[in-house]
Design a protein. Structure first.
Length: 357
């Protein structure tokens, strides 16, 4: 029987429609995971030796001493085709009749995640993935000092997700305004805090851990779960188990466990579904609101398996043919079948998820 579920974070409704998963052409999956080239691409501007093909570098994480090859592990450069343009002046708002507009001022950066053209988070080691998240943290700390607004690290993987270059990269956009969707998230979280004195995200994660059906995996610091009102098939969130409003303030231990869990979840999605297109976004409190007690950062992974159609366009309501309980169970099975983490400490932290974790 289909269900209508209300998202506790937005109050939007989502249609969960088991049985439509096998509807012809409703969900697209690659036939197999393509073999990635491990060799540099002479035409790729992100490969080592082509550093002068990108705009001037903003920041880099040096390669470990003694490692052969490139002298960098991660580079950050301006996006050559930015959503928002850098400026030393604040954005000015203008109104003409009923129309309001503002200067398109902000920042748009590209995070070149690895010198290796064929590298990917799903098959990288935990330390390399941690380097990517460490870059997000460092650049978010720098960008939020520019004033009010929002800093959003995100990754597009695959053609259906909007990626334009195959070399592994993600992006960070800083906006001078906070979009209405984000304001709504904060308003809902604030209302929960006003009613209970607790953080909605921490309460939700604790309740999901107690229930167990939508848990994918958990560590001491971070939990991977399929949201109750998932908007996309196999949508997965990584959420801290203790309150923290901004990922830019996450301690090294939380960052490391988030990296390891992100690596494992993306690898499991690829094992289960093939090299699907997906987007992820790292959601944090707006600039200046990092000390808030009612919001928590989280990383949302949204696979691109289903195309919205007329119902979604007309109602704004998402239709998800894969119940999140089924998605979480399938991902747990894949994680159980995969080799255990490398070290005993990691094995202890990455506990299997069951009915009662």
């Amino acid at each position: 029987m289909p269900e209508l579920r209300q998202d506790p974070f937005t109050r939007d409704w989502v249609a969960i429609t088991p049985g439509r998963e096998d509807r012809p052409r409703h969900m697209t999956r690659p036939a197999a995971t393509p073999r990635r080239s491990l060799h540099p691409d002479p035409a790729c501007p992100f490969c080592p030796g082509h550093e002068d093909a990108t705009p001037p570098e903003i920041w880099r994480l040096p390669a470990p001493a003694g490692r052969a090859g490139a002298d960098w592990a991660v580079r950050v450069v301006p996006n050559r085709y930015p959503v928002l343009a850098a400026s030393d002046h604040p954005a000015r708002h203008h109104t003409t009749g009923l129309h309001t507009w503002a200067d398109g001022i902000g920042s748009h950066e590209v995070v070149i995640e690895s010198p290796a053209h064929g590298w990917d988070i799903a098959d990288g080691d935990d330390s390399a993935v941690a380097n990517v998240l460490r870059t997000y943290r460092t650049r978010t700390l720098a960008l939020r000092e520019r004033g009010p607004g929002l800093v959003l690290p995100f990754r597009n993987h695959g053609p259906a997700a909007g990626t334009s270059l195959p070399h592994p990269h993600s992006q960070i956009v800083a906006t001078p305004i906070v979009p209405l969707r984000f304001r709504h998230l904060f308003d809902v979280a604030r209302a929960h805090y006003d009613d209970t004195g607790r953080c909605l995200y921490v309460d939700h994660t604790a309740a999901e851990l107690a229930d167990g059906r939508r848990i994918v995996a958990t560590t001491d610091q971070v939990t991977a779960l399929a949201p109750y009102a998932s908007r996309a098939p196999y949508e997965t969130w990584l959420v801290p188990r203790r309150h923290q409003a901004s990922f830019a303030d996450a301690p090294d231990e939380t960052l490391g466990e988030t990296a390891a869990l992100l690596h494992r979840v993306l690898a499991a999605l690829r094992d289960l579904l093939g090299d699907i297109s997906y987007n992820y976004a790292l959601i944090s409190a707006p600039n200046g609101e990092e000390a808030t007690a009612y919001f928590a950062w989280h990383l949302q992974i949204a696979p691109r398996l289903a195309e919205p159609a007329g119902f979604e366009l007309g109602t704004g309501m998402a239709v998800n043919p894969v119940p999140p309980e089924h998605a979480a169970a399938r991902l747990r099975d894949v994680l159980t079948a995969r080799p255990a983490p490398d070290t005993p400490g990691q094995q202890a932290r990455h506990r299997p998820a069951g009915r009662r974790p």
